[in-house]
Design a protein around this ligand. Structure first.
Ligand SMILES: Cc1ncc(COP(=O)(O)O)c(C=O)c1O
Length: 422
């Protein structure tokens, strides 16, 4: 065969001009990967505890992006920090220092009693960092041990490693996951003790299991876990992505339990709505070396400025007292509703509360609440979660309780008419 004769066919001559493209709806949802369930509304503006959709309807937000917007929507401190920083320096590059990154890690270390901190982009990534740090520590101090014990129903994020540390979620986990994890029932010290062996390097827990339905560790349990880690010479990792940054009425939930972890993760509330997370380490857990945790956006000046603004705000005098006070007001109101509607347990701390329902109707209540202009979420089929802005007022809590009562009434009416029809 003569290869020189193998010419490309000339492109066919097209007579017709290309058809004009269909007008594209710039707000079409077709191109958005269905990565999560979303309500229909299109939100355009937020202020404090309120969000407005494109139709001008106001919604009282008691999820705040699942406990992310710690200071509420568009708080002044965050807006000022972001706009000032955006004009000065957005990104120095991960290979260089910037002032905001250094200020934030210094303040985090100082106020949490940690020795080192590292800034990342998401809670899952911080948990991945914690897993890597523990494995590195195992190489250095425990004959290469790398197993990490986590808790049933625990949730540490959706990246592959963090997902492997989490209990099966109702989703495709794209197995195989990362090896080296075992799960034991939460709040069961004996089960934890029985699971530790020579391969174990760390125990990793949430002080309050948020996604499991706001299940607090008992004080006896968390104190016992800490003692076990000290006795056996393994690390305690506390995932405070949801519970940290004042959410539980103190900078870290560990303080309220009187325990001290070797490695801690922060995320969600740290940026007040801006994606930033932190990995904190104490003592010999400070074993990371250059190249082991790197990421292009880590310690980005803009994000660090946001984290710093939020941290400085929650550290202001009286802030945590006010979170605890608002939290008790919310708990009391939820308990009254629970009594009136024959609901289950109200549990949580600070401004992170779960309300148990006697039936798996939480998603239906969330939809009914949306019709009442109230944003809530349902981490479990029978649990509603409340994670308002840490700055929420008593007035907003009272308004939320009114709207929630109306949502329950809607669900009850729908249930009655279903019963009548069947
Ligand atoms: C305790 C805990 N850890 C980690 C994560 C993951 O955080 P992110 O969604 O920022 O990756 C979450 C998220 O809900 C969480 O609640």
């Amino acid at each position: 065969m003569n290869l020189f004769n193998l010419r490309r066919q000339p492109a066919p001559v097209v007579d017709e001009a290309p058809l004009p493209a269909e007008p594209v709806d710039p707000l079409s949802r077709e191109c958005l990967m269905p990565a999560t369930q979303r309500a229909e509304q299109l939100f355009v503006r937020g202020q404090g505890s309120w969000l407005w959709d494109s139709e001008g309807r106001a919604f009282l937000d008691f999820t705040q992006g699942n406990a992310v917007n710690s200071l509420g929507h568009s708080p002044k401190a965050l807006v000022q920090a972001l706009s000032g920083q955006a004009q000065a320096l957005i990104n120095s590059g991960a290979g260089f220092h910037n002032r905001e990154q250094l200020k934030l890690v210094n303040l985090l270390c100082q106020r949490t009693g940690s020795d080192q901190a590292y800034l990342l982009n998401s809670g899952a990534e911080a948990c991945e960092g914690a897993i890597k740090l523990a494995r590195k520590w195992g190489q250095l101090h425990r004959n290469g041990a790398y197993h990490i014990i986590t808790a049933s129903l625990g949730s540490h994020g959706r990246s592959l490693g963090a997902l492997s540390a989490s209990d099966p979620l109702p989703c495709n986990r794209c197995e195989p996951g990362l090896p080296g994890f075992s799960k034991v029932p939460f709040n069961d010290l004996a089960a934890l003790h029985a699971a530790v062996d020579s391969r174990t390097v760390a125990i990793m827990l949430e002080p309050i299991q948020g996604e499991a339905g706001v299940i607090p560790a008992t004080r006896h349990y968390l104190k016992g876990v800490e003692r076990l880690c000290r006795e056996l010479g393994i690390l305690l990792i506390l995932d405070e992505v949801q519970t940290g940054m004042g959410r539980c009425g103190a900078l870290l939930a560990e303080e309220t339990y009187g325990v001290r972890a070797d490695i801690l993760t922060l995320g969600k509330g740290l940026g007040g709505g801006v994606p930033i997370a932190a990995l904190l380490a104490r003592g010999s857990a400070c074993c990371a070396e250059p190249g082991e945790l790197e990421g292009s956006h880590h310690g980005n000046a803009l994000m660090s400025a946001a984290g710093l603004a939020v941290l400085e705000t929650v550290l202001e005098n009286g802030f945590f007292e006010q979170v605890r006070d608002a939290g008790w007001h919310l708990r009391d109101g939820l308990s009254r509703l629970a009594g009136r509607y024959g609901l289950g347990e109200v549990r949580g701390q600070g401004l992170l509360w779960g309300l148990e329902l006697p039936e798996p109707l939480a998603a239906e209540v969330v939809r009914a609440a949306l019709l009442e202009g109230l944003l809530l979420n349902a981490p479990q089929p029978d649990v509603l979660r409340f994670s308002p802005a840490l700055t929420v007022s008593h007035g907003n809590i009272d308004e939320m309780l009114l709207r929630l009562a109306r949502a329950f009434a809607r669900v009850n009416t729908a249930q009655l008419s279903r019963q009548r029809r069947s």
